[in-house]
Design a protein around this ligand. Structure first.
Ligand code: MG
Length: 343
């Protein structure tokens, strides 16, 4: 029998062009864990774990989880379902660590077959929706500057949920008439959200994401009922099993690999959402092209894309999917088609 698959890690230090702030957390630095999985023939796949303190993950917890997952990889990289199951039996939670393993395995399998992962799944990258570009919370002056710098992006995603929401919207509209989507990152109460709805409409906002805390599903239903703008959840939805209780309460879900824990679960989540008449967005954390390119593989299946995580970086250590003028282009190389920058 072949020797077991080998897993190794490396820390990536990422810096954003501007300090990136959302309603609950402060600035940088951002550290992620690059995962490499190598098979007996020396074929290697890569993935990236982006730990989220909000979900109890740190660099240390990712390393500890990866040590457990490395022990259950087995010998066969094509055993994707089996490895996902064994990882969950070894240790639940730790979604970003599992997502890194899943991405690395898909990369490896695609390389062995000589096809990109999206081709392996029969998906057409020509159908990928345009991606948003995110403007984090800041002073009106800095926000105006960020909007000018983001001139190439046709759709902006605005972070609200601070004390300055109105000033932020005014600053943005003083610069641009582009499409705006809003993410409040759990920052409002039901009362605040309902009060904000006509304001958002007046500013021409087209999507409202996670207005309320994650667990307030009844509150989300109230906001959705009052809203003419589609209401999406992000923090309230991690895996496919979360979908049934969201159905009828919101209009859509934001899927992220760092929350759902694997590419296979991402596809299950998309199909479950569809079966419950929910729209799907694919989103990301602030992370390198490794994670963005992995998430990008499922984008031909969704309605909205928000994969600007690597575009927010001052320097991206990898190259893969590119984002130009909001258009996401997938690499044509086998697996995830990634290369270290400069090589
Ligand atoms: Mg969000």
């Amino acid at each position: 029998m072949n020797p077991p698959l080998q897993l190794s890690t490396e820390i990536l230090e990422l810096r954003t062009r501007h300090p990136f702030r959302i309603s609950r957390k402060g600035p940088e630095p951002i550290r992620t864990v690059l995962v490499r999985i190598r098979d007996a023939d020396g074929v290697e796949g890569v993935g990236e774990a982006t730990p989220q303190l909000f979900y109890g993950e740190t660099i240390e917890s990712v390393h500890a989880a990866l040590a457990r997952y490395a022990a259950v990889l087995g010998h066969d990289p094509f055993d994707l379902e089996g490895i996902d199951t064994r990882m969950l039996l070894a240790l639940t939670g730790n979604a970003s660590a599992r997502a890194a393993v899943s991405s690395a395995l898909h990369d490896l399998v695609g390389k062995r077959l000589g096809v990109p992962v999206y081709r392996m799944w029969g998906l057409d990258p020509a159908t990928i929706p345009l991606s948003t570009f995110t403007i984090g919370i800041d002073t009106p002056e800095v926000i105006r500057q960020k909007v000018r710098e983001a001139a190439e992006y046709p759709i902006l995603k605005i972070k609200l949920g601070s004390d300055n929401d109105l000033a932020i919207l005014e600053a943005i509209r003083s610069e641009t008439d582009r499409e705006l989507r809003v993410d409040a990152n759990c920052g409002w109460t039901v009362k605040q959200a309902v009060r904000m709805l006509p304001v958002l409409e007046q500013f021409g906002v087209t999507v409202l994401e996670q207005p309320l805390p994650a667990e307030d599903l009844d509150g989300l239903a109230v906001v959705t009922r009052h809203s003419r703008i589609p209401v999406f959840v992000d923090e309230s939805c991690h895996v496919a099993a979360d979908i049934p209780r969201l159905a009828g309460r919101v209009d859509g879900v934001n899927l992220k690999l760092a929350k759902c824990g694997s590419l296979r679960e991402a596809i299950r989540l998309i199909h479950t959402a569809r079966a419950h008449q929910l729209m799907v967005m694919v989103g990301c954390m602030v992370e390198s092209s490794v994670s963005i390119t992995a998430a990008a593989q499922v984008t031909p299946l969704v309605d909205f894309v928000d994969l600007d995580g690597a575009a927010l970086l001052a320097e991206d250590p990898w190259t893969g999917a590119t984002l130009a003028a909001g258009r996401l282009t997938l690499p044509t190389g086998p697996g995830l088609g990634l290369s270290p920058r400069g090589r």
